[in-house]
Each structure stands twice: as C-alpha cells, then as structure tokens.
Design a protein around this ligand. Structure first.
Ligand code: SAH
Length: 236
C-alpha cells in the first residue's frame, strides 16, 4: 500500500512527507479493524482500490494553491471516517484541522486515530454543521466536504463557516453540472461565488472527480444557516 500511495501522490504532483505513507497505512488498518464491528464507511476489499477511493482522492485538494499557500485553518464538514480532512492533515502538517461529523461513533473513531498517530492538535467534533456555525461562523480559511449533501443544501451548511476571502471546496462527481447550476442562487445568497470547477483523475484509474471552488466574497447574512429541517424543506 505504501508504494501505491507514494506513486499515486507523485503522479498527482503532491509531495509526501517521509512519514505520510506509514501514517496513512496505520489509519487504514484501524479503519478496516473498526469497520468490522461498526459501519464507519464503505472500505473497498482491494487495498489498491482503497488507496484510490479514500487516500488519493482525499489528497486531490492539495494540488490546489488555495490549500497549500501558508498555514490554513480547515474544517471538513461531514468527514465520516475522516475523508478528505485527515489524509490532507497527514500530508500537510501545517494545516490546523477540525473534523466535524453528526455521528458520534465516527468522531470517536477519529479521536482514536489522531491519538495513535500523535496528531494532538486535530479537533474532532461531534456536531451538525448548521449548529456548529453558531460559535464558529466565518472562522475557517477553508471548508471541505465530500459526499455529504446536494450542493444547494451543502452550501448553507458550509459557507457560513468560511472566512470572507476563504474557500468552500466541494468534492463532487464529474456529472455535477446540473447540481452546480441549481446551487448558484444559494451560493450567491450565502456570500459565495463559484470561482472554478476543476476535474481530476486518480492516476492509473478511470476515476474522475471534480473540485468545485466557491470563494467567500462577502459575509453570510446572520439568518443562515437555518435549522436542517428548514434547509431541507425549503432549500435556497
Ligand atoms: N466525507 C466522508 C463521509 C461521507 S458520508 C467521505 O467522503 O467518505 C456523510 C457524512 O456526513 C456522515 O458521516 C454524516 O454523519 C455526516 N453529516 C451529514 N449531515 C451532516 C451535518 N449537517 N453536519 C455534520 N455532519 C453531517
């Protein structure tokens, strides 16, 4: 697995610190182990596929200067078993990471992994993004989110957390054109602006995904985010 991680990251133009492959493998082993007794996430049986789907895919944002220029505060919303936030932090130790998820069993697992890997500064928070915003609005340079909700809904969960001038980075499939079009109005209401959408490939596979960069160009009105029931019932 270490070699697959090294080769894949190199092909994506991402420089790995020497200890990153070992840390990612320890993380993977803990995930496989814990997943046997509770459902954290789908883990492909084939280690090569797990490397592609979870670790290399999570590292894709690191090819973007929005993430690598200087020390950044990053919140990964709906991180689940830690994707993409934890692999990013393992590879980019200067990132100050908050992992946020609504399901406590996942957060407890992440605390254990961070403890074992010595990542003492990572905050693993059990909570819902729309409630977390009450105390943490406009406090992150970057907010990432993969496979959590439709972009229209997700924007209301994520954009209030982003500092003006920062980015919300949505990890989506390559056929998200309609989803993006439907979310434009919500993004604008929340103070965001879609700067660009960048498609990328996982090296050596036919997996193609998309990074949607939403820049926060103005503060989000205090009335957002609303409760999840309202967001869902009446998306912006
Ligand atoms: N990002 C991970 C997990 C995706 S599963 C990955 O790509 O593998 C979606 C996760 O989002 C679940 O763990 C769920 O608990 C969490 N979630 C859904 N809505 C949320 C919300 N409003 N606030 C925080 N977490 C949420």
């Amino acid at each position: 697995m270490r070699e697959l991680i090294r080769a894949g990251a190199a092909a994506m133009g991402i420089a790995l610190p020497a200890d990153a492959p070992d840390k990612l493998v320890i993380y993977h082993e803990m995930l496989v182990e814990t997943n046997r007794v509770m459902n954290l996430t789908r883990v492909p049986d084939d280690p090569a596929e797990a490397v592609d789907r979870n670790y290399l895919d999570s590292l894709a944002p690191l090819a973007a200067p929005q993430l690598t220029d200087g020390v950044k505060t990053l919140c990964d919303v709906g991180t689940g078993a830690g994707f993409p936030g934890l692999p990013v932090r393992i590879v980019e130790p200067s990132v100050r990471l908050t992992l946020l998820d609504a399901q406590n069993k996942r957060v407890e697992f992440l605390k254990e992994v961070c403890g074992d890997l010595g990542l003492t500064d990572v905050e693993c928070v059990h909570g819902r993004a729309e409630e977390f915003a009450a105390d943490h609005r406009e406090s992150f340079d970057l907010v990432t989110s993969r496979a959590v909700a439709n972009l229209r809904v997700l924007s209301e969960l994520c954009l209030p957390l982003v500092k003006p001038g920062g980015y919300f980075l949505a990890m989506k499939s390559v056929d998200s054109d309609a989803e993006l079009a439907e979310a434009q109005k919500a993004i604008q209401i929340l103070g965001g602006d879609v700067e660009k959408a960048v498609d990328y490939a996982i090296p050596g596979t036919d997996v193609r995904h998309r990074l949607i960069f939403v820049k926060k160009i103005q503060k989000t009105d205090k009335k957002y985010p609303r409760t999840f029931a309202k967001i869902k019932k009446n998306p912006l």
